[in-house]
Design a protein around this ligand. Structure first.
Ligand code: SAM
Length: 298
């Protein structure tokens, strides 16, 4: 059950009132689709399993609807907002929550290590919880994962189609380099599917709340992380091509074809398969074998 308080902004009526009162105009270019459903806001916050010993980092608080829910559960909330016009509104909506603070900036340019040090040092765990701006969903999630921040969960509202790709298993058309990148760092699960009607303004697509539970260690051992992802990208460069053709186009010269075939045989991978059929562990053994071959012969 949601815990709605008098000063909460979690309803279409209150959202419209606040926007009007401050003469605020929504910017499509900043992905400003505000959530107005108290139950969904509550469900997002509870999916992060917060408690007063924990911290929450929100990306894009908007007028503070989700920030208020996070502040009811967590001991410390930091919300990073790019749009300076929202700062006076957030000052008002977050006034009852002194343990929630706003950082004005672009999350993609921010030094998150420093933010952690400055704000979350005393927390027993930190999660990212957000209704993300859809135009930068993937760069934000990849930044959070690649910087290896000490995170428990990432719970985010994103486009449903992107959530499906992040959680896809081998064999389907959704499975690709994004699935592998996300699943290398985290275990994804889709918490709920959300229709456009709960946002102001309504987006053109369905949305989903996805929870990524960060892994303590990757599920596979790789010789070199950068090279592992290079191999994955090469194998998905042209989805309709076979592995052998993608590898020849991206990683091996023509004279190296016999060596490439020997590597695939050594890994027990049929060269006529397509990139979308390989599991993460097959990608790891392929990348490791190519890495060792290069060390020996190049
Ligand atoms: N959290 C609010 C809600 O659920 O109603 C607003 C979510 S809205 C989808 C996305 C928010 O992200 C907007 O407030 C937008 O200004 C902000 N934003 C967009 N790009 C950003 C960036 N690069 N860094 C930080 N905030 C950003």
């Amino acid at each position: 059950m949601s815990d709605v308080r008098a000063f909460d902004v979690a309803s279409p009526k209150r959202t419209k009132e606040i926007i009007q009162k401050h003469g605020f105009t929504l910017k499509k270019s900043l992905g400003q689709n505000f959530l107005t459903d108290a139950n969904i806001l509550h469900n997002i916050a509870s999916a992060a399993k917060l408690d007063p010993s924990k911290g929450a980092l929100e990306i894009g608080p908007g007028i503070g609807a989700l920030t208020q829910q996070l502040a009811k559960a967590a001991g410390k909330v930091v919300a990073v907002e790019i749009d300076g016009r929202l700062l006076p509104i957030l000052k008002e909506t977050l006034e009852p929550y002194p343990h929630a603070s706003v950082v004005h900036g672009d999350v993609l340019k921010l030094d998150l290590g420093k933010l952690w040090h400055d704000h979350f040092a005393g927390c027993s765990g930190v999660s990212v919880v957000a209704n993300l701006p859809y135009y930068v969903t993937t760069p934000i999630i990849m930044k959070l994962l690649e910087e290896k921040l000490p995170l428990e969960h990432i719970v985010v509202m994103i486009q449903r189609e992107v959530a499906d790709r992040m959680s896809a298993k081998p064999g389907g058309k959704e499975y690709g380099s994004l699935s592998i990148a996300v699943q290398y760092y985290a275990v994804p699960d889709i918490v709920t599917i959300v229709p456009p009607t709960v946002f102001i303004p309504q987006p053109n697509v369905d949305s989903a709340v996805i929870r990524l539970k960060l892994r303590e260690a990757p599920p596979v051992r790789v010789e070199d992380e950068g090279f592992f992802f290079e191999v994955v990208h090469a194998c998905f460069a042209q989805r309709r091509k076979t592995l052998s053709n993608n590898l020849l186009a991206g990683l091996f010269g023509k004279p190296e074809k016999p060596a490439m075939e020997a590597i695939l045989a050594e890994c027990g991978i049929d060269p006529s398969r397509r990139g979308e059929t390989l599991s993460i562990s097959e990608y790891a053994s392929l990348a490791n074998a190519i890495w060792l071959y290069r060390k020996q012969f190049r």
